[in-house]
Design a binder for this molecule. Structure first.
Ligand code: UD1
Length: 341
């Protein structure tokens, strides 16, 4: 059976392709290269000794999606990463986000619903919980009104899958709610490559340390947390990638208890922004230039996962810690810079 990985040249997608190939799956990637590059295929090949199949395609083209599934009947499993993910951009261009993140989802599910059996893994986010009433956050926590069109696409995406699974019994699906994915493959052959100025903390830290940015702005130190800065659950992308393979295998083995399941993917440990900076300085041996600025609108105070369901039901747990993740992100950033210089 072939596995389709949409967005397979992106940050989490590329690491998942590696883990799938390491476990003997045959992978075909669809990516539109809007936020990724063909070089990632070389990186995947260097790590695994295997080049995945690749099709450059914009999944908003319904006819092309249909043709792809028609000419690839062996594709019964799909891990769907392809989506836009910049919160600020989604506020400015909401319809682009609804089209990119939801129209494409519908087209893929339509194709899968026609098959005798099909397995679908969806990239969701802890953003669906907003500021949760209780920490750590369990899968049963309330889904809060979305703060942005991006967040809304994750909520609506899950609802679309729930409704589809109610009528298409052949369709088995899992939504994985990621906390904060960071880090890179230990080989530094693949990693995170944000376009332009990074919006997320860790790429901003590594770009500052490497000299691309003057200083990191820490968004607020007056939050009700242990040091006043926001708390998040930073998860190593390789651990996250492995969870996708386990989730897919769970569906293929028929071990799922319902045909739509949800799992949180986090470490269970919250780290503040200042703790992340400290950990980065420790593993890199570099002092980071940073200043405290105003809060960023829309940030939640604290979010970290209750990992019990992922541990006990999915049979997965994060093996790498914050230091490991930051060391790998730093190794990757340095390598990328050497290539460019
Ligand atoms: C952000 C998005 C979230 C999305 C996730 C995807 C917002 C408000 N949230 O999550 O919806 O699912 O990315 O990756 O955009 N920070 C700084 N300085 C920086 C950057 C970040 O202090 O330059 C702080 C933030 O205030 C936050 C923490 O670092 O406390 C993590 O920020 P970030 O990496 O952007 O992730 P989230 O905000 O958790």
């Amino acid at each position: 059976m072939k596995i389709l990985v949409t967005g397979g040249l992106g940050f989490i997608g590329s690491h998942t392709v590696v883990e799938l190939q390491n476990r003997g799956f045959e992978v075909i990637v669809i990516d539109d290269l809007s936020n990724s590059s063909l070089d990632v295929l070389d990186g995947i090949e260097k790590i695994t000794g295997q080049r995945p199949g690749f099709v450059k395609m914009d999944l908003r083209d319904k006819v092309k999606v249909h043709e792809f599934f028609k000419s690839n009947p062996a594709v019964e499993g799909v891990i769907h990463f392809a989506a836009s993910k910049a919160v600020g951009e989604s506020v400015k261009d909401p319809l682009l986000y609804y089209e990119n993140n939801l129209a494409t989802l519908v087209y893929i599910l339509k194709e899968l619903s026609r098959k005798q059996k099909s397995y679908f893994i969806f990239s969701s986010s802890c953003t669906v919980y907003g500021q949760a009433d209780q920490l750590p956050i369990t899968e049963g926590a309330a889904v809060k009104p979305a703060e942005s069109p991006y967040g809304n696409t994750k909520q609506i995406g899950e609802e679309i899958i729930v409704d589809a699974c109610k009528v298409y019994e052949n369709l088995q699906a899992i939504a994985l709610r990621y906390f904060n994915p960071i880090g890179a493959h230990e080989s530094a052959e693949i990693g995170e490559l944000p376009l332009g100025v990074p919006q997320n903390l860790v790429p901003f830290i590594t770009q500052t340390a490497v000299g691309l940015r003057d200083e990191l702005s820490v968004f607020g130190n007056d939050y009700p947390t242990r040091d006043g800065t926001c708390v998040r659950d930073y998860i190593h992308v390789v651990d996250l990638a492995k969870a996708h393979v386990i989730a897919l295998q769970r569906l293929m083995d028929g071990k799922n208890s319902e045909n739509f399941e949800i799992f949180n993917l986090g470490t269970g440990k919250g780290s503040s922004v200042l703790e992340v900076i400290k950990s980065f300085e420790k593993v890199s041996g570099k002092e980071l230039n940073y200043k405290i600025v105003d809060r960023r609108p829309g940030d939640v105070v604290a979010a970290y996962a209750d990992t019990e369901k992922a541990n006990d039901v999915l049979g997965w747990r994060a093996e790498l810690d914050l230091d490991d993740a930051l060391a790998s992100a730093w190794k990757w950033e340095q390598k990328v810079r050497q290539v460019k210089d």
